[in-house]
Design a protein around this ligand. Structure first.
Ligand code: AP5
Ligand code: ZN
Length: 217
């Protein structure tokens, strides 16, 4: 399956993507994680992306689209993928449409995670991520690690993302409303949109998502 996951910052895209990708045996491709990996490795791409991310703005399309296409061209993504955080504006959605059409393939669904803004703010404020693997995501109250500051999975240090400050989160939400939400209409018009509530326990949301993805559109 080829799936796009959309939703505001903190909706739980990364959390759900980890489970959905495993259930569906497809790679989880997160442009945010790819940027963060480049930043921690000190690459030129990471240097270009960091200032935009720290300010809560989108990284320019010239950088982002090429990076996403390179990742989708990897062997493990040839039979499907779960995109998380890409596309994030209409021109990225159009670039993806063009790339898929030139490969003779199509998206199966666009899963839209709906969460009220006050809940999103709580989820982001309490989020802690493992330095060893960005897929190891915790929350200080909703899914606290057994030992404060230590990853339950690998023992790595947990940290708070630079762009999770209250001011930057406000900016990211504004960018989501103005630049990312328009892709919802783009995909609704293509008959691909599936909207679910992302409230409730993590496994309840995963179950809801799996059911929604298995429904004919
Ligand atoms: P990115 O990394 O994509 O961030 P985001 O979209 O803002 O999303 P988040 O990672 O903040 O949240 P999430 O929805 O994954 O939530 P999570 O699962 O962690 O992008 C960061 C930046 O990179 C952008 O601002 C931009 O600068 C740049 N960028 C990335 N892609 C780009 C693109 N295509 N174009 C241009 N720029 C791009 O969950 C949040 C918390 O809630 C966690 O603590 C989790 O444990 C908890 N939680 C999750 N589910 C539940 C639940 N059901 N109940 C209770 N708690 C829960
Ligand atoms: Zn870890």
């Amino acid at each position: 399956m080829r799936i796009v996951l959309v939703g505001p910052p903190g909706a739980g895209k990364g959390t759900q993507a980890a489970f959905l990708a495993k259930n569906l045996s497809i790679p989880h491709i997160s442009t945010g994680d790819l940027f963060r990996a480049n930043i921690s490795q000190g690459t030129e791409l990471g240097k270009q992306a960091k200032a935009y991310m720290d300010a809560g703005n989108l990284v320019p399309d010239e950088v982002t689209i090429g990076m996403a296409r390179d990742r989708m061209a990897q062997p493990d993504a040839q039979n499907g993928f779960l995109l998380d955080g890409f596309p994030r504006n209409v021109s990225q959605a159009e670039a993806l449409d063009t790339a898929l059409a030139s490969d003779g393939v199509k998206l199966d669904a666009v899963l839209d995670l709906e969460v009220p803004e006050d809940e999103v703010v709580k989820r982001i404020a309490g989020r802690r991520i493992c330095r060893n693997d960005s897929a190891h995501v915790f929350h200080v109250t909703y899914s606290a690690p057994a030992t404060e500051g230590v990853c339950d999975v690998c023992g790595g240090d947990l940290y708070q993302r630079d762009d999770d400050s209250e001011e930057t989160v406000r900016k990211r939400l504004e960018v989501y409303h103005t630049q990312t939400e328009p892709i919802i209409d783009h995909y609704r018009a293509q008959g691909l949109l599936v909207t679910i509530s992302a409230l409730g326990k993590v496994d309840e949301v995963t179950e809801r998502a799996m059911e929604a993805l298995q429904t004919d559109r």
